[in-house]
Design a protein around this ligand. Structure first.
Ligand SMILES: Cc1cc2nc3c(=O)[nH]c(=O)nc-3n(C[C@H](O)[C@H](O)[C@H](O)COP(=O)(O)O)c2cc1C
Length: 203
């Protein structure tokens, strides 16, 4: 794909692969529209050992995000496993390096969304998504959740919320995305791409 196409940055952290599977489904939704592509990026883990330095290329999954990936995106989908009802530290750590983008207003009026995975059904999907929205608002982004015109929001028995796509991975992290969770993640990606294209002209 030529670099000149606008892209939706899908920036996620995933330890056991569930949030990564969601990211890939959102990317499929983005790329179901023409004229825009998905760019998948992750962040390195953080360590209590301050001297620890991550290898430059992760062993698996997407490559690490740079500030320029974020600066030049047309839209952002932010994904994290739920950790104590909030986003995981590695993602927050990356967000805390984005002050220069905030100072320059680089993300103002760009659409954004969030997605998460949990091990338990009522383990904090909504609280995680709502708290992930906060730094996006500080950056002036336009938050887009999932509207109930996606009717699987009514019928899902696992993940899927109006605040964004979600997934129930189960206690052993062995539950794959079910059909409703897949469809809702896809719809979220597709909608974000559409909003990115619409807002691109308005900026
Ligand atoms: C430190 C820690 C805190 C967690 N907190 C929660 C929680 O509050 N609620 C929940 O349902 N699952 C919690 N989990 C489980 C993860 O959210 C779940 O396994 C998720 O599917 C992992 O996503 P991943 O496969 O992308 O790493 C926690 C896991 C860890 C390691």
């Amino acid at each position: 794909m030529p670099d000149t196409l606008p892209y939706v940055l899908i920036l996620y952290y995933s330890r056991q692969g569930a949030t990564r599977a969601m990211a890939e489904q959102i990317a499929a939704g983005v790329e179901s529209r023409s004229g825009i592509v998905a760019r998948l990026r992750t962040v390195p883990p953080v360590s209590p050992t301050c001297e620890a330095v991550a290898p430059e290329i992760p062993a698996e999954g997407a490559v690490y995000a740079s500030l320029d990936d974020l600066r030049h995106c047309a839209a952002l989908a932010l994904g994290s496993p739920t950790r104590f009802g909030n986003m995981a530290a590695p993602l927050k750590h990356f967000i805390d390096t984005t002050s220069e983008l905030w100072v320059g207003g680089a993300l103002i009026d760009k659409p954004a969304t969030a997605f998460t995975s949990t091990s338990s059904l009522h383990g904090g999907q909504e609280s995680t998504l709502i708290t992930m929205l906060l730094p996006l608002l500080h950056h002036g982004m336009v938050y887009a959740g999932l509207p109930y015109s996606e009717t699987e929001l009514y019928t899902t028995t696992a993940g899927g919320t109006p605040y964004g796509a979600s997934h129930l991975a189960g206690q052993r992290s062995d539950r794959p995305l079910d059909e409703a969770e897949r469809n809702l993640a896809f719809a979220q990606g597709r909608r974000l791409a559409r909003l990115a294209q619409a807002l691109e002209g308005a900026r």
